[in-house]
Design a protein. Structure first.
Length: 433
């Protein structure tokens, strides 16, 4: 079929002439009535050129039926139409092109919409019948004509639009279906009847009549183990679970279904994966503000975990620019296990300390100006806690400085887990700063 144009008014060269254009496409043909010039001319004379409601209703009916028919035939795409009175376009199967041209012509010239109505009737599919309640086998060539897989996909789409769940299976020459209505969809439709005009629940009370043929088991994952199952019941609980996770993120369902939390939580629990391009020898790495940027970035990534967990405003590591020396020798200790950074200690050297006996509530001692390494923060990935990783980090800091572990200073306030660690390492008291 090639493109063609049918003129409806006397002189085809007149710009006001109404015309019907037929354009072949891959899956269907579009039949478009062009009233553009006609509308302009009518408006210029002060005449309304709107289409009567019975006209647009009939067109809409054809469109809906034709779309279903083309989807049923396997067309995978979608349709867009312009609204308004200047163009009236229909997408129809090739077998209905002549009927569509004739129906539009009589609708336009004679205000006779029976052609459109008849066309819609021929295109309409027995979707209601197909989606009737109960387990049924629909046979190709008898109940439907498209390939079973295509037909089942079409039916699923229609079922979804009606709020139904379609338990279906395509075989070589048929389709088994059992449409059911989920209680939530029923509730929704009964709550807002104005949004679902004409909707009637045909499914909820359905009982299979005796002697109905049941779907044979043909193996594979589509075997229906839910058939004749009873519904799950729900209860409301008074004390809902908390809304914050121990990793510091919210547990509430958010825009990404919690994916961001899941990623963060995995790092908080297992540590941060060591990048493959980083040559890491041994178990412990000491990163300074003059280390290569890949190392400083890794520290920054790890530092985000305690920051989030403890709701700190600032990260314990901010050295992400050019390598630079710091006066107080800022450095980070990273412990690696199983390919992940699982422990982190941020430190610097200071000379302004006070002694503390580690008794809650007791006062700090006098100022001491000896240069000591100071712990800014110690953090261990959750699954590795209570295994001595924190103590190893503090010991490494003391060893590097060449002092006993009791000489290390702790930045205040010391967290609860920090105090536990300090008591274990130096039970007689610590330096704080
Ligand atoms: Zn979490």
């Amino acid at each position: 079929m090639s493109e063609r144009t049918v003129h409806l008014d006397g002189d085809p060269r007149d710009w006001r002439c109404r015309k019907i254009r037929v354009r072949p496409r891959r899956w269907y043909a579009t039949v478009e009535l062009d009233r553009d010039g006609y509308v302009d001319a009518a408006s210029a004379r002060g005449h309304a050129a709107e289409l009567p409601a019975s006209y647009t209703d009939a067109v809409e009916e054809v469109r809906e039926a034709a779309v279903d028919r083309l989807w049923y035939d396997g067309f995978p795409g979608d349709f867009v139409w312009s609204s308004g009175s200047r163009w009236v376009s229909l997408s129809v199967p090739y077998t209905e092109v002549e009927a569509a041209v004739e129906a539009l012509r009589t609708a336009e010239l004679d205000h006779d919409y029976t052609g459109l109505e008849a066309l819609a009737g021929r295109l309409a599919l027995p979707v209601d019948e197909w989606l009737a309640p109960g387990e049924r086998q629909l046979v190709r060539g008898v109940d439907f004509h498209s390939p079973p897989g295509v037909f089942l996909r079409f039916l699923r789409g229609k079922a979804k639009r009606s709020g139904l769940r379609l338990n279906g299976r395509a075989t070589a020459g048929s389709v088994w279906v059992r449409p059911t209505l989920p209680p939530a969809q029923k509730e929704l439709r009964e709550m807002f009847p104005e949004q679902y005009p004409g909707w009637v629940d045909r499914w909820s009370g359905h009982v299979e009549p005796d002697g109905v043929s049941f779907r044979p088991w043909v193996g594979g994952r589509d075997q229906d183990f839910s058939h004749r199952a009873t519904a799950v019941h729900f209860r409301a609980l008074k004390s809902a679970v908390g809304s914050d996770c121990r990793c510091g993120r919210s547990l509430k369902d958010d825009w990404d279904s919690g994916q961001e939390h899941a990623d963060h939580h995995t790092q908080w629990a297992l540590g941060v994966r060591v990048p493959k391009n980083l040559d890491w020898l041994g178990d412990l790495a000491v990163v300074t503000t003059q280390s290569p940027i890949a190392w400083r970035r890794l520290v920054s990534k790890v530092a985000r975990l305690p920051q989030r967990e403890n709701h700190y405003d600032f990260s314990s590591w901010s050295h992400l620019g050019e390598p630079e020396e710091t006066e107080d020798n800022v450095r980070a200790y990273l412990v690696k296990a199983n390919g992940y950074v699982i422990g982190y200690l941020a430190a610097r050297d200071t000379n302004d300390h006070r002694s503390w006996d580690l008794v809650d509530g007791s006062r700090y001692g006098d100022v001491d100006e000896t240069m000591r390494p100071r712990i800014d923060l110690v953090w261990v990935a959750d699954v590795y806690r209570r295994q001595g990783v924190g103590a190893t980090l503090v010991q490494a800091l003391a060893d590097d400085f060449g002092s006993p572990v009791a000489e290390v200073s702790w930045s205040t306030p010391i967290s609860r887990s920090g105090r536990q660690l300090a008591r274990r390492l130096s039970p007689d008291g610590v330096w704080v700063s």
